[in-house]
Write a protein that binds this ligand. Structure first.
Ligand code: NAI
Length: 244
């Protein structure tokens, strides 16, 4: 349905959660996908998104395997929460390193590769941000600030590549609370099973990785051909509710 047949995608943070679901969905849509992760195993290419040289290697691997790069999903991420007075500078920096520097390095490498492939260049890039980057969530100072910067990075790059005359679209997806290994480490089964915990979500539920993968796939596809520099919120309506 999305016309991704034969397109070549690189997905970071592909070993788990939203990244793994995205790889699965993109392959189902006919894309050829290189999944990368700092936790390499099996099919996953070893890749720390904060390392400049490893971006060269990851994009190089994609080109070596599939001949080109059309789509980037900048998804790798780390959790982090706690009161500001207990927040070590290093933890704040780690959030910025993974979510902002990692995404910056990825966009730079992907745009350069797309511009080498054809003129005007074509491609689509999606970064996985968070509703925490749009409205503060208590005790996510570092995480939310990094995600807000990521949302602006997306807009800045989208405007720049658009002005140059290339057809590279750059967008963000902002998931609400999604049940993945990241959040399963914070909440037990009883939490996920109790609808009272989702009373502040108009759809009264939590997101599944496949919900986010669907939004990412749509943004990557030609169905979203005139969509750039935007943030697609996938949160069951939580952002407009009154709860923080
Ligand atoms: P996850 O923990 O299941 O998956 C994240 C993956 O990123 C892991 O496989 C991890 O090894 C990898 N990773 C971490 N640091 C890396 C690095 N430096 N280089 C390469 N890979 C690295 O988490 P989940 O939930 O699937 O998160 C995916 C993205 O979605 C993250 O950016 C997260 O911030 C974002 N997100 C998640 C939400 C949730 O409720 N789960 C809500 C909003 C956004």
């Amino acid at each position: 349905m999305t016309g991704l047949d034969g397109r070549v995608a690189l997905v970071t943070g592909a070993a788990s959660g939203i990244g793994a679901a995205t790889v699965e969905r993109l392959r189902a849509e006919g894309a050829r996908v290189l999944g990368t992760d700092i936790r390499a195993s099996g099919e996953i290419f070893p890749h720390d998104v904060t390392d400049e040289a490893q971006w060269e290697a990851a994009v190089g691997e994609c080109v070596a395997r599939f001949g080109r790069l059309d789509l980037l999903v900048s998804n790798a991420g780390i959790a982090g929460a706690g009161p500001i007075v207990d927040l070590p500078l290093e933890a704040f920096r780690a959030q910025a390193r993974v979510h902002v520097e990692g995404a910056f390095l990825g966009m730079r490498a992907a745009v350069a590769q797309m511009q080498r492939q054809e003129t005007p260049a074509r491609g689509s890039i999606v970064a996985v941000a968070s509703v925490a980057g749009m409205k503060p969530i208590l005790q996510t100072t570092a995480y939310g600030t990094a995600k807000a910067a990521l949302i602006n990075l997306v807009r800045a790059v989208a405007v720049e590549v658009g002005r140059r005359g290339d057809f590279i679209r750059v967008n963000a997806v902002a998931p609400g609370g999604t049940r993945t290994p990241m959040t399963e480490a914070l909440f037990d089964d009883a939490y996920w099973a109790d609808p009272a915990n989702f009373a502040g979500v108009p759809l009264r539920d939590y997101c599944r990785p496949a919900d986010i993968a669907g939004a990412i796939t749509w943004l990557l596809s030609d169905a979203a051909a005139f969509v750039t520099a935007t943030t697609l919120v996938v949160d069951g309506g939580w952002l407009l509710s009154n709860r923080i």
